[in-house]
Design a protein around this ligand. Structure first.
Ligand code: GTP
Ligand code: MG
Length: 197
């Protein structure tokens, strides 16, 4: 699929502030700093569409982007960032949960996982919770440019083994790097497949 246009639409601080459109939405979720905003920029082919930062906790609202005037990419705040105050942390997780549980036009969630790390409890718990909500998701292992391919694969295999303890089928996996652009075609193909009638 070609991306012909990509535009920021709005930032929402709660579920009621989300756009009233019926366009299908593809959301990017994962730990703070895993590379959600960078991935949206990589997919859009625009370096500064979504705000990126080396400091975790940059994205704190739900940001909606309109793609090809026909569907939407959604940049969510990260989870698991210890430095935000307790109160903020609670609000952010409620914001993420509220969106994922209640958004009717949510078509698919890309769960971003840092490919450099062995399975992290918080990611495993999040994926299990997402499955319990009945939301379709794909795992995207990010920052693959930073590690040898064999090591990335080891971390993916370990993650899948954990997920297969409670799920009959291993989830779909995409390996990505926003730096090199790898994974872009696979993610856009997944979106295209979901959008097809
Ligand atoms: P929050 O909004 O804080 O939750 O973070 P985020 O998940 O949106 O991460 P963001 O895209 O802001 O990226 C965090 C840092 O990782 C930035 O310094 C990026 O430049 C870097 N980064 C993101 N993706 C990649 C990647 O594929 N490769 C490399 N080498 N660095 C990356
Ligand atoms: Mg971000």
């Amino acid at each position: 699929m070609k991306i012909k246009s990509a535009k920021f639409h709005l930032s929402a601080a709660d579920i009621r502030a989300c756009p009233a459109w019926a366009w299908r939405e593809f959301a990017f979720v994962g730990r703070s700093n895993v590379g959600k905003s960078s991935m949206i920029n990589m997919l859009a082919g625009k370096a500064s569409l979504a705000k990126v930062s080396a400091e975790p906790g940059k994205t704190q609202l739900i940001n909606f982007f309109v793609m090809n005037e026909a569907w939407s990419l959604v940049d969510l705040p990260g989870y698991g960032y210890a430095k935000v105050t307790k109160h903020q942390k609670f609000d952010f997780s409620l914001l993420i949960k509220g969106y994922l549980e209640q958004r009717e036009n949510l078509a698919c969630v890309f769960v971003l996982i840092d490919s450099r790390l062995p399975p992290q409890r918080i990611d495993l718990d999040f994926v299990q919770w997402l499955e319990s909500c009945g939301v379709a998701f794909v795992l995207v292992f990010t920052k693959a440019d930073k590690l040898a391919a064999a090591k990335v694969q080891t971390n993916i295999d370990l993650f899948q083994q954990q997920v297969c303890q409670w799920r009959t089928e291993a989830p779909e996996v995409i390996v990505s790097s926003s730096k090199s652009g790898s994974g872009r075609i696979a993610i856009l193909k997944t979106i295209e497949r979901v959008l097809l009638p």
